[in-house]
Design a protein around this ligand. Structure first.
Ligand SMILES: [Zn+2]
Ligand SMILES: [Zn+2]
Length: 502
């Protein structure tokens, strides 16, 4: 047998699973506890990224009677079960992997027979799956019901370590793998600043600042709602922020952008909004790692980095970005908190000052199900100037002929007039809910709600509808890149490529 050596070039695998699926899986894997093991094949989606590989659990191919040897305390796969797992590779594009338990209080590290099994399965599964990766995971629990796991992914000839598992549910957990019998964390724990985070520690426990130091939060859109959220997450000394915005800073942004200074108003060419946000984070919290892009979430390198995040804040007001965030939440199991604002006035009197917060996650309705995005809107936002011109002319001609021109042209969206107090309120709420989900210190009151600052009892309206029966979000949970065909929007070729800010 070949020795299974994990690569040491910095590449790694990240495993994502929903809380509900993990619950079901563990019930199966620990049902012969405390003394005996159990195991199952499972299907997963995957994506090769610049940092390694993402693996997203889809479902278990549960063992049926006779698939595993019940008489053995160890997990032993019978040929019929292996054939069924290999057949699953032929019927779908998903990968197939293996997860098994070790007995209670035993470390979840591969034994010699686990190495033999993985060496055999990795070759067979790679061959039957035409080069698809193979995943092997081991879990165990101690008498206090504390879990630990280890894992590795065989991909194109190399074994990558599974360092982290992200569990996505009402709360979010990032769990580190077990590396050696006595060491739990794969890397040195980042130390939190005890003096600046003293109040947070007193409020939510001394562990809270340290947990935030481990968290990675994505922020898509770095202006009205994004910049106050970034500001507060930096003050909470979150471990890493992945920030994305394609646009330059405009003078009219200064009124609500928390990152701009007066001196920025005269800089030519105008600085990128994401560059200002990066400067803000560096000045407030040098310990926070910043990964930022002048670019768009439809750019593949940007998506790679967003998929490492514990959670993403959606701080844009475009249809295409909202639709793409909905896809990311379902396909890649990365939860999203989507923030929006709307203001309207008549003759100097405010009629609407609405804030909205919505959660996108597997199992919840996507932006399409909730009627939050439109095909016309996406078409307008992703069109080139020439296409917009062409469609406007076609619509005009149609109107002249007495035909409804809307099929050619829904018209330009109306301008949004929002001001800093409302964008800051909603951005701050988004940062607060993000923090609570990361710490397990609070839940979202509703999966989607709106309020109006000018109405009695703040005019709260909630939306707890279920996903639509026919929507693709019901069938694409965790399918990662294998759900590419079901993406709502693809990157227009005329858009400039993303650039990473160093
Ligand atoms: Zn084992
Ligand atoms: Zn849907």
């Amino acid at each position: 047998m070949k020795a299974l050596r994990l690569i040491q070039d910095g590449r790694e695998a990240l495993w994502r699973i929903t809380e509900a699926d993990r619950e079901k899986l563990f019930r199966l894997l620990f049902h012969r506890y405390p003394d005996s093991e159990w195991g199952t094949f499972f299907r997963f989606g995957y994506r090769h990224t610049c940092w390694g590989i993402l693996v997203t659990s889809v479902d278990a191919l549960k063992p049926e009677a006779g698939d595993l040897d019940r008489k053995s305390p160890l997990v032993e796969f019978r040929p019929g079960y292996i054939r069924r797992a290999l057949a699953a590779l032929e019927s779908d594009e998903l990968g197939v992997g293996l997860i098994h338990s070790h007995p209670q209080d035993c470390v979840p590290l591969p034994s010699r027979s686990d190495n033999d099994m993985d060496s055999y399965f990795s070759e067979e599964f790679e061959r039957f799956g035409n080069g698809r990766p193979y995943v092997s995971l081991i879990v165990s629990r101690n008498a206090r019901r504390e879990l630990s796991f280890s894992g590795r992914v065989f991909d194109r000839g190399a074994w990558l370590p599974v360092n982290d598992c992200m569990v996505v549910g009402e709360q979010l957990h990032r769990e580190h793998c077990r590396q050696t019998p006595d060491r739990l964390a794969p890397d040195s724990e980042p130390a939190a600043n005890e003096t600046t985070q003293e109040r947070l520690g007193q409020l939510l426990g001394t562990d809270a600042p340290r947990r935030l130091r481990r968290a990675v939060v994505g922020v898509v859109g770095c202006s009205g709602t994004g910049s106050p959220a970034i500001h507060l997450l930096a003050r909470a000394e979150v471990g890493e922020l992945v920030m994305v915005d394609p646009g330059p800073f405009k003078l009219s942004n200064h009124q609500r952008n928390h990152a701009s200074r007066h001196a920025d108003l005269s800089v030519r060419p105008a600085p990128a909004k994401v560059a200002l946000a990066s400067r803000l984070v560096r000045e407030i919290s040098p310990a926070t790692k910043v990964t930022s892009f002048v670019g768009d979430l439809l750019d593949e390198p940007v998506l790679d980095e967003l998929l490492r995040c514990d959670l993403i804040l959606g701080c844009t007001d475009s249809n295409y970005a909202r639709a793409a965030l909905g896809d990311i939440a379902v396909h890649y199991l990365v939860p999203v908190l989507d923030l929006a604002v709307q203001m309207r006035a008549e003759n100097g009197i405010l009629r609407e000052q609405i804030g909205e917060i919505a959660r996108y996650a597997p199992g919840l309705p996507c932006p399409w199900c909730r009627g939050r995005v439109s095909v016309e809107g996406i078409r307008y936002e992703t069109a080139s100037e020439a296409e917009r011109q062409f469609r406007a002319e076609a619509a005009e001609e149609a109107e002249l002929r007495g035909v409804d021109g809307a099929q050619y042209w829904g018209g330009a969206p109306p301008p949004e007039f929002t001001v800093g107090f409302l964008t800051t309120t909603v951005g701050a709420m988004g940062a607060g809910y993000a923090q609570n989900l990361l710490l397990g210190s609070g839940k979202l009151p509703h999966n989607r709600f709106q309020f109006d600052l000018g109405l009695s009892s703040l005019g709260v309206v909630t939306d707890e509808r279920l996903p639509r029966e026919c929507c693709s979000c019901r069938k694409t949970k965790g399918r990662s890149d294998q759900a590419c065909a079901d993406r709502s929007v693809s990157r227009p070729s005329h858009w400039p490529k993303a650039t990473r800010i160093i």
